[in-house]
Every structure is written in structure tokens, then in C-alpha cells.
Design a protein around this ligand. Structure first.
Ligand code: FES
Ligand SMILES: [Fe+2]
Length: 351
């Protein structure tokens, strides 16, 4: 394993090597809390929604007692995915041979099963750890996981301190994207604003990204950035409102939470590795129930512009690190300290 010091990046081969992704799935994503969706997606008893925690297919279920559960969305018979999309049903039936599970995960019936001596008693969908913060649902494939609160650290307090009541937010939309870059490049790009003055002119015209003003705060596995609006923003976005500064959190490994300055708002979503050089993302955008439509559109357009700029950046880096001619890169000690922290967490997990 190459040296990872304060000013050396991870070996660049880690961004292209399928064996590294395999190890990351087993050592990181197999045992981490991950954002999978919102409680309003499974509001009614009997509703289900299929989602994923990295490579792990997940089905969320609201049972008849209104308890929220998460199961591995994999049939115990021969491994088909059980549910697709979302809806409302009394049972969950596998589309392959119709093995049918209760909303509590127990196998209820299997065609021809009784006649052929199949004992269904101890068979059921595999439960996954599930917990919520306000409307936000998190799943950990490790059923014995540490509590969600440990993972969130003080992010809920930071959000509340900004005057945002997560339970009072209204869901707007979920843009999805797929990027031609390793998931770690997406996370690392999120973790520094060293690139902001160069690559995000619009964002930098609104948020003061100078080192004196833009704050980095590192928790155990939580990396946060705080940026106040410039006194007179010159961008396309009007940050007038009670939220005084932007907050950008990454909860290791792959949950991103953003708050833009201005009126109450929040976006949250995962960075999902699909292949060594492909990443899937979605972001759930929420705003105050009474948010003004014109302001919402302005904020979303502004954010989409920054997102498009970031996509280009990370896809360029993927092409650069994939050449195999350079072993590793360098990090600035202060401006890129979150990147170093993130990389140290990856190294620790894989060691
Ligand atoms: S794989 Fe699900 S019923 Fe056969
Ligand atoms: Fe960026």
C-alpha cells in the first residue's frame, strides 16, 4: 500500500481498479449508514419503495402497524430482486416464481412449496438496519450497526441552528445523474472549495469562498463547510432570507447534505459507486412549505449550474488519474484537509 501522508493523495490506481471497488463495497458500503429516501415515499400502511444502499438493493416497507422497515430486496429462493419501483400492497411477491412475503418479511407462501416439503417457517427477507432523522431515511446493511445518531454527529444541530426544521420541509424534486468518474473523486471534489474561485464563478460571486471566511470543520467521520454570502452578491441567486450561511456536509462514506444561504432549504443524497469509473447520484431537494416559487426556481437553477460545473471537473480528473503514468497527486495542508481526512478514512477502512 502506498504512503498516504498529509500532502499525498491516495494512489491513483485506486480510482480505476475493480479490486479496490470490490474491497470498498465489502469494507465500507456493506457496513455504513446511507441515505436511501424519505418517509413520505412510504407514508401509508402497506406501501413499499425500492431503493439502494450503494450496491445493496433495498426495499422500504411501511407495515400495517405503521412501522417502517428495510429489507434486502433479494428473494430467498434464487435471488431475484423482489420489488421494483414503489406502490402499495398487502404482500411482497417475487416476480420469478411468486414466492410471497409478508410486510414483516416472513415468507408466507411458495407455489408447490408445501407439496414438495418446503418448510417456510424460518425463511424471510433479510432485515437491514433502518433509522430516520426527521423525514430522512437511512439504511445500514449491517444489522448490528452503531446508532444513526453516531453517524450524524452534530449535523442535525447545525441544520437546526440555521433555523431549519427538517420536519416542516416540503419535498420538491429528485434530480438524478450518472458521472464518468470514481465515487471518491465526487466526494473529494465536494470536500474542498479550493476549486471554487476558479471553477464556480457564479457560486463564488454569491458565497465568500476566501479562506478567511469559508470555514472547514472536521468531525470523526463528518466533514463540514460553512460559507457566508458576500455582502452584495453579484450572482444570479438571491440569498436573502433567514439562513445566514451555506452548510455543506459529507457524512462518510457517501451522504451529502447541502443548505444554501437564504430561505430554508436542504438537499440530501448519496454518491453511489456503480463501477470504478462510474457514479450514480441523486439529490432530494426540500424547501419550507410556503417557499416562494420564483425563489425556488432561482435556487435550483443556481445549484444545477454548480452541479454541471462539478461534473465536468470530476470527469476530467478521472481521465487524468486513469493514465497510469503518475502514481499519486498532492494535497494542500489546509485548503484540502477534508480531502486528506476522507482519504485517511478510506485507508483505515480498507487496511
Ligand atoms: S427467485 Fe424469487 S420466487 Fe424464485
Ligand atoms: Fe465544486
Amino acid at each position: 500500500m502506498a504512503t498516504v501522508g498529509t500532502n499525498r493523495t491516495l494512489p491513483w490506481s485506486w480510482y480505476t481498479d475493480p479490486a479496490v471497488l470490490e474491497l470498498e463495497r465489502e469494507r465500507i458500503f456493506r457496513r455504513s449508514w446511507q441515505y436511501v429516501g424519505r418517509t413520505d415515499e412510504v407514508a401509508e400502511p402497506g406501501s413499499y419503495a425500492s431503493t439502494r444502499a450503494a450496491h445493496v438493493p433495498v426495499v422500504l416497507v411501511r407495515d400495517e402497524q405503521e412501522a417502517l422497515r428495510a429489507f434486502l430486496n433479494v428473494c430467498r429462493h434464487r435471488g431475484s430482486l423482489v420489488c421494483e419501483g414503489s406502490g402499495r400492497r398487502a404482500t411482497l411477491q417475487c416476480p420469478y416464481h411468486a414466492w410471497t412475503y409478508g410486510l414483516d418479511g416472513r415468507l408466507l407462501t411458495a407455489p408447490r412449496g408445501a407439496r414438495e416439503g418446503l418448510v417456510t417457517d424460518d425463511i424471510g427477507l433479510v432485515p437491514l438496519a433502518l433509522d430516520t432523522w426527521g423525514p430522512f431515511v437511512f439504511v445500514n446493511p449491517d444489522f448490528e450497526a452503531d446508532p444513526l445518531a453516531d453517524f450524524l454527529e452534530d449535523v442535525p444541530e447545525h441544520i437546526a441552528a440555521a433555523g431549519i426544521d427538517v420536519d416542516a420541509l416540503r419535498f420538491l424534486r429528485r434530480p438524478e445523474s450518472e458521472l464518468a468518474a470514481n465515487w471518491k473523486l465526487c466526494a473529494e471534489n465536494f470536500l474542498e472549495c479550493y476549486h471554487c474561485p476558479v471553477a464556480h464563478p457564479g457560486f463564488s460571486a454569491v458565497v465568500d469562498v476566501s479562506p478567511a471566511s469559508y470555514l472547514l470543520e472536521t468531525g470523526r467521520t463528518r466533514m463540514s463547510q460553512f460559507g457566508a454570502p458576500r455582502p452584495e452578491p453579484r450572482g444570479s441567486y438571491d440569498p436573502a432570507g433567514e439562513v445566514e450561511r451555506g452548510q455543506f456536509h459529507l457524512l462518510f462514506p457517501n451522504t451529502v447534505i447541502n443548505v444554501m444561504p437564504g430561505r430554508p432549504n436542504l438537499s440530501i443524497g448519496p454518491i453511489v459507486p456503480v463501477a470504478p469509473d462510474r457514479t450514480y447520484r441523486f439529490l432530494d431537494y426540500l424547501v419550507a412549505a410556503d417557499a416562494d416559487d420564483a425563489w425556488v426556481e432561482e435556487m435550483l437553477a443556481f445549484d444545477a449550474q454548480v452541479g454541471d460545473e462539478d461534473t465536468l471537473l470530476v470527469e476530467r480528473v478521472q481521465q487524468g488519474v486513469a493514465t497510469g503514468l503518475i502514481d499519486e497527486g498532492m494535497l494542500l495542508a489546509e485548503s484540502e484537509r477534508h480531502v486528506a481526512h476522507f482519504q485517511a478514512l478510506v485507508v483505515d477502512a480498507l487496511a
